[in-house]
Design a protein around this ligand. Structure first.
Ligand code: ADP
Length: 385
């Protein structure tokens, strides 16, 4: 089965065609085609439908006679309704659209992507895979903010969490690597890309996560501040800063970029000067505090798992975090931590009280597999009828 995985943003669509029958573990053989169409609405590409025309022309070239069987969409916000991937119908598309106020930058382009496929290939089954869904198992003590309930009832203000597709995939692989049944697996999973979050996993499920109502809360990220005293925003608004200015500053001009000057972890560790050391210290300290807290949240984790760009590649960042975790009995095997590899692996010593793992994430693969599973189940039901 060939699945077209689409990640539609406001000005770009990333796509990948995967053959889900090929399950080689490095995954590259399963990728039949991939690419990105950028500058939608800015230059030559008028809108999402036009972008899809461009993608379809590319696919005809790279797929030859082979046909796409299904489309899987990465959808950022599934609100309180969606706790797993779903087959898309008109009603589902409208439900995703109703969540637009919660993710004004992300859900509208996701819906445009879904509608563009519907117009072009109305017979193709489509599946929505939500970034928030994996976190629907969080208990109320974790998702509820201590503010008047009015805000939750009227605006849906609560912790939702993001990166769920990646965290779920990485959690399963980590449990496999440690030979632990997923239902017995307690862990702390740090997804450290440009956006970064850390999730507490108890019995294989998300029970807390550092991103909240939006992806701004939590860790120090590439260009996002993470946790702040909310009064800072009130203070700055009274000083004349607009909501839009603050939104842009906290989401695009903060984090590693504000502390160091850019958000590339490679250049931070290479610089090795006072500023870069402080940046690394602030970011790794924040993550270590969360890991300590989540060790408590899950009543004792077996493992700490690093994934995404920084988590998979930056031994320096992993070392800085692990050093702070010495009081928990965490010790890294320096050789294993520094070794370059694209494989899932253990980087702690055998004596370490918690195993420390590096597990490469693969959101496209996770979306393609979820899509194929739903479409196959649907086909089986319709042949049984
Ligand atoms: P996203 O998918 O969220 O855009 P990625 O998962 O690709 O982000 O991660 C981007 C981050 O990973 C950047 O901060 C980048 O500097 C860092 N990164 C990528 N490769 C390396 C590397 N070899 N060493 C250190 N950091 C790396």
């Amino acid at each position: 089965m060939l699945v077209l995985v689409l990640n539609s943003g406001s000005s770009s669509i990333k796509y990948q065609v995967r053959d889900v029958a090929i399950s080689d573990d490095d995954g590259t053989k399963a990728i039949i085609a991939e690419g990105i169409v950028e500058q939608i609405g800015e230059g030559e590409v008028q809108n999402h439908s036009h972008a899809l025309e461009i993608i379809s022309t590319e696919l005809v070239k790279s797929l030859g006679d082979r046909q796409i069987d299904a489309v899987g969409h990465r959808v950022v916000h599934g609100g309180e309704r969606f706790s797993e991937p779903v087959l898309i119908s008109n009603e589902i598309t409208r439900a995703i659209e109703r969540l637009n106020p919660l993710a004004p930058l992300h859900n509208p382009p996701n819906v445009l992507g879904i509608r563009a496929i519907e117009d072009k290939w109305p017979e193709l089954p489509q599946v929505a895979v939500f970034d928030t869904a994996f976190h629907r198992t969080m208990p109320e003590r974790a998702w509820r903010y201590a503010i008047p309930n009015y805000f939750y009832r009227n605006y849906g203000i609560r912790r939702y969490g993001f990166h769920g597709t990646s965290i779920e995939y990485v959690t399963k692989r980590a449990a496999e690597l440690l030979d632990t049944p997923p239902g017995d697996f307690n862990a702390i999973v740090a997804h450290l890309g440009n956006g970064a979050s850390v999730t507490a996993i108890e019995a294989g499920q998300s029970v807390d996560t550092s991103m909240g109502f939006t992806p701004l809360e939590g860790l120090v990220m590439g260009t996002r501040s993470g946790d702040l005293d909310p009064s800072i925003l009130l203070f700055l608004q009274r000083e004349g800063w607009s909501a839009d200015d603050l939104d842009r500053t906290l989401n695009k001009e903060s984090g590693l970029k504000a502390l160091f000057g850019n958000n590339d972890m490679r250049s931070i560790v290479e610089a090795d000067d006072e500023k870069s050391r402080l940046t690394l210290e602030i970011a790794s300290y924040r993550l270590a505090k969360y890991i300590g807290g989540y060790h408590v949240a899950v009543s004792g984790a077996q493992a700490i798992v690093f994934t995404a760009g920084i988590g998979e590649n930056s031994w320096q960042f992993r070392e800085a975090v692990a050093r702070r975790l010495a009081p928990l009995g965490v010790t890294l095997d320096d050789g294993a931590n520094r070794a370059k590899s694209d494989e899932s692996r253990t980087i702690s010593t055998p004596e370490s009280a918690l195993a420390v793992l590096v597990v490469p994430t693969n959101e496209e693969r996770a979306i393609a597999e979820a899509t194929a599973a739903l479409v196959q189940a649907r086909n089986e039901v319709s042949t049984a009828d």
